[in-house]
Write a protein that binds this ligand. Structure first.
Ligand SMILES: [Zn+2]
Length: 468
């Protein structure tokens, strides 16, 4: 099967140019002068369109198995495909979580049956409880090891426990101490892996909650209970552990200007530290709470306009490598509760690309930088490059084709997740993925997934196209 994507503008972090992309047997076979790609079984006219390397969302919680009343892998990956994503990395905190290689392999097999996009799998650290499994998980192909730093886990379900007072202590796997986290950094470093952490210092949060003295009522209460210093302190500690061990350390969903500043400073000092942010931190602030309401509750919280600006600066100057959605669905019923009572997290895998493309067309970010943070930079971070994240001969033929003139309005009723309450509901913008190509096959047309689910697992650094 030979497919030619004709007359589009190719966008890579290095620049834009007119070319035809010739795909054969799932790979990119060649780039050719416009109109000169030779005969093909299928020709897709991309005149007036931008052809990006397939977008990657490295931060998706599909809740599958175990919490499928909230979401499942079939729905989340259809939503991903609909939104122009061709690869996701699936977070490990389903039930059971990915804490050993048996679960990792089962999960890959299970998800392969329903996946609409390609996927990598995260592994979960339980601190000392599964420290011996960490090198095996990395060797078996986990894209990274995730530490929900400061969170306890339920001993039998191994679900994250947000409030330690909710459970008797004997039912909890307590959060690892900093000494135990330091050992984890050393273990991941020895295995050559990537350690990613949710960075909010639990001690700081507990102290701030205590001084708040009451339940969350207003949005300012949430910001007072989970201040930026909690994020900054955890990142600074992680940076020192990374410096001491040589571990590659990744800060997921960075939410504060202070946090960005510490990552930047640490990178300048030569520490192996990287960061991700999410569309919610780039487009929303506390001022949106009056309009959106408690359902915009996420951890870490969406903060103030100055934080949003600091994060944009970090995204543009290279401090932040990657944008992920932190797609973290809950049921509509759960997300309609009060600010205090509802769980943190919102859907986002389907709106990630449109929201970022709109920012591009408003001049906030260049197309080249977008190609980095939504594709190549992410692929390199997880060592999926150049199989993913590249429009090069030999790479997987994963493409996200964007109509920069298309106008959209996000509508909960038309999203593809199981529960659709988007904080961007009603938002209008410009620029939307209109065609998704996964390994040479069209998987999305005009925002609707097409064809049978054909996603496959991917793993780090088997990545060279030559041995695909
Ligand atoms: Zn997350």
């Amino acid at each position: 099967m030979r497919t030619r994507i004709s007359n589009g503008t190719i966008v890579t972090p290095a620049g834009r140019f007119q070319a035809d992309v010739v795909c054969q047997d799932g790979l990119i076979a060649a780039l050719a002068e416009p109109g000169r790609g030779g005969p093909a079984d299928e020709v897709i006219d991309a005149s007036g369109k931008l052809v990006f390397p397939g977008f990657i969302d490295p931060h998706v919680h599909s809740r599958d198995p175990g919490l499928t009343e909230k979401e499942d892998f079939a729905h989340s990956t259809r939503a991903a495909a609909a939104g122009g994503i061709t690869t996701i990395c699936e977070m490990p905190n389903a039930v059971p979580p990915v804490t050993d290689v048996h679960v990792l392999r089962d999960r890959a097999a299970q998800h392969s049956e329903v996946a609409s996009v390609d996927f990598g799998l995260w592994a979960l650290s339980l601190g000392p409880e599964n420290l011996d499994q960490v090198p095996r998980l990395i060797e078996a192909g986990a894209v990274g090891v995730k530490l929900f730093w400061g969170y306890a886990l339920h001993r039998t379900t191994r679900q994250l426990v947000y409030n330690l007072a909710d459970e008797p202590p004997e039912r909890l796997i307590l959060p690892p101490t900093n000494g135990e986290v330091f050992q984890l950094f050393a273990a991941v470093a020895r295995a050559g892996g990537l350690l990613a952490a949710h960075c909010e210092d639990r001690g700081v949060i507990e102290a701030c909650q205590r001084s708040l003295g009451h339940d969350l009522e207003r949005y300012d209460d949430l910001l007072a209970a989970r201040p930026d210093v909690a994020e900054a302190a955890a990142i600074a500690t992680g940076a020192e552990f990374a410096r001491a061990t040589g571990c590659r350390f990744h800060v997921v969903h960075i939410s504060s200007a202070r946090g960005v500043e510490i990552v930047r400073r640490s990178q300048r000092a030569g520490i192996s530290i990287s960061a991700e942010t999410c569309p919610q931190y780039l487009t929303l602030t506390d001022e949106d709470y009056d309009r959106i309401g408690p359902m915009m509750k996420v951890y870490p919280p969406v903060r103030r306009a100055a934080d949003r600006e600091g994060i944009w600066q970090g995204l543009l100057d290279g401090t932040i490598t990657s944008v992920g959605s932190d797609h973290a669905p809950h049921t509509v019923e759960e997300k309609r509760r009060s600010l205090a009572a509802q769980p943190a997290g919102c859907i986002g895998v389907e709106t990630l690309a449109p929201v970022m493309l709109d920012a591009m067309l408003r001049g906030r970010i260049s197309a080249e930088r977008l190609a980095w943070v939504c594709s190549e930079g992410t692929a390199r971070l997880y060592r999926l490059y150049p199989r993913k994240g590249a429009i090069l001969p030999g790479s997987d033929a994963d493409l996200t084709i964007v109509d920069p003139a298309a106008e959209w309005q996000i509508d909960n009723a038309r999203l593809h997740s199981k529960h659709n309450l988007s904080p961007w509901h009603g938002r209008r913008g410009r620029g939307r993925p209109v065609l998704g190509v996964l390994r040479g096959r069209v998987i999305m047309r005009d925002g609707e997934p097409v064809g049978e689910p054909s996603g496959r697992p991917v793993r780090p650094a088997e990545a060279r196209p030559a041995d695909a």
